[in-house]
Write a protein that binds this ligand. Structure first.
Ligand code: SAH
Length: 253
């Protein structure tokens, strides 16, 4: 059984600062829930969540209803060991700037280590102010069109929530795979496979007079790129052995 991808999600909170449109709060709740996240935090929203929020939450009312509300950002992230601030404008601040993917992998690594983590989003009109950005350990910028880089608030939340989802799934190990992976094949196991492959190619007369080196170089590159595990190497040995047996039978005929 793979570990539950959501097991660290409970330490990840999405903080919306000073949101102006209640609809965006609902859309953000939906964005979180689709990605298996549940902790929405509101800092001094201009209007409290209303019917429009619920309509846009579209079934994510549980996330919306559970949203905690704080008077300021410092209070909302007081217990966090990592605070990442999402900004629509690149390089505006004297902060390390991360891509969403880097931010998500750092966030999940911290959460996996037991820390509370916040991803912070600013106001629709003006984003996060300088004081709020100074509370952040790093900035996150979605590398959008530089001439039109400001996403709708809930759309930006969706992009980050998706990256968090991928990082959580990655942390939980390969999913949807029927069998757990064997240990990766070691160098000498790969060399054993290449020796067998080379011998089989001779026996089935694959090269037809051409020098075997070029094909072997390509095959080596291909199999090394695939990062085979031990079971996969055994499977290939089995196929090669059968090919050799068939070649021998054909030769006898
Ligand atoms: N006019 C504002 C835009 C705010 S958009 C400004 O220039 O700052 C509302 C929020 O969505 C932003 O504060 C930010 O948290 C998030 N956001 C929008 N586009 C983003 C982008 N390209 N990268 C990261 N966050 C973004």
């Amino acid at each position: 059984m793979n570990p539950d991808p959501a097991r660290h999600a409970s330490r990840l909170r999405i903080v919306l600062v000073g949101t102006q449109h209640p609809g965006n709060i609902g859309s953000a709740a939906r964005a979180l829930k689709t990605m298996g996240l549940a902790r929405l935090v509101l800092v001094a929203p201009e209007k409290s969540p209303n019917a429009e929020s619920s309509a846009l939450a579209a079934g994510a009312d549980d996330v919306l209803d559970a949203a905690a509300v704080y008077p300021d950002l410092a209070a909302a992230v007081a217990d966090c060991r990592l605070v990442l601030g999402c900004t629509a404008r690149s390089r505006r601040v004297q902060l390390e700037e991360l891509l969403p993917r880097e931010a998500a992998s750092r966030a999940v690594a911290e959460a996996a280590a037991g820390a509370e983590v916040a991803l912070v989003f600013g106001r629709e009109r003006t984003g996060l102010d300088n004081h709020e950005l100074q509370l952040c350990h790093a900035a996150v910028h979605i590398p959008a069109n530089p001439d039109y880089s400001s996403l709708n608030l809930a759309a930006a939340v969706q992009v980050l929530a998706y990256e968090l989802r991928l990082a959580l799934l990655d942390d939980a190990g390969p999913t949807g795979q029927a069998e757990p992976r064997d240990p990766p094949a070691a160098h000498d196991e790969m060399e054993g496979l290449f020796a067998h492959l080379s011998q089989t190619l001779e026996q089935i007369d694959f090269h037809k007079g051409r020098a075997p080196e070029s094909a072997m170089r390509k095959l080596r590159r291909m199999f090394l790129r695939a990062r085979l595990d031990q079971r996969e190497v055994r499977l290939l040995h089995g196929i090669l052995a059968d090919a050799e047996r068939m070649a021998m039978l054909a030769g006898r005929r």
